[in-house]
Design a protein around this ligand. Sequence first.
Ligand code: ADP
Ligand code: MG
Length: 330
Amino acid sequence: MSEFNLIEKYFTHAAPQADLGVGDDAALISVSTGHQLAISTDMLVAGTHFFSDCDPYKLGWKSLAVNVSDMAAMGANPKWATLAIALPNVNEPWLAAFSSGFFACAAAFNVDLIGGDTTRGPLTISVQIMGEVPTGQAIQRCGANVGDEVWVSGQLGDAALALSYLQGKQMLSEEVFAICAKALHSPQPRVGLGLALRGLATSAIDISDGLLADLGHILDRSNVGASVQLSNIPHSAHFGVELAGSMLQREKQAIPYNKNILNMLLAGGDDYELCFTAPAEKHAEIMRLSQKIALPLSCIGLITGGTTLVVHGLADEILDFKEAGFDHFS
Ligand code: ADP
Ligand code: MG
């Protein structure tokens, strides 16, 4: 199969939001009047970002979803994408499934694939996404103010839990794994939330590298600190049981927290939820928004002066990550 036929068969769909899509030397798009173009690129490399034998449909979904998530974090409306893909060989069933997953995500978030590049090489997928945001209204990382509340959407840790299971580090029931695997393989970018946060949030980021690392980026760029309550970090029920268990043990026998679980909640990546800050007087409005878009939004702490990120444990003690061996947190 020639490269041209492959592109034609698997990567050419209608692109109603573009002036010119796949097939020419360049695509053409027009940005709506009064808007800025938001652009982001994310690369997924086999063996680093995914297992090379993973389900190609899910990989297709995720390749675009992680990019759509960056638009959500900016408060931008995703519209166009390009796909550069290196393939070790032409495997048509694989390509068909990958392309189906990619276009399923594209349809779900109204994104047109308008171009790309296809080459032979170690399996690598690089997507560039473009979206629109009314001029001056993008939500950046640098806007957090002292006194703002820190919020997180959805629940954290499930993707890391599934990964931990796949790596043989964690036992899980089939039922729990099924839930967590969905978070890991089929993330749902929070575009509706991102759009609704324009004019409401002072800063935002999507959680791809773990809560502490990504909130840390907001703090760095905004030149502020934060105080976060572990007990307020939203997580699925199975984490609740384990955390509560760790706390009981801790009181009686001074056994430290289950490091694995803390790690998944605070440093587990791949959740693609949004972490954002907003003035405290917007609290009720954000709770109403949560109802309206049927997505849990949890206030997990406050922006503080200084530049440190402090996490309070279940007995309100300050967690010392260095002592606990979490070097990369400090
Ligand atoms: P050129 O040689 O001019 O760069 P190519 O032969 O690489 O063009 O690509 C032909 C057309 O197919 C271009 O419009 C390009 O954007 C598109 N294309 C190539 N690979 C992909 C892909 N993986 N997904 C979507 N479009 C692609
Ligand atoms: Mg050309």
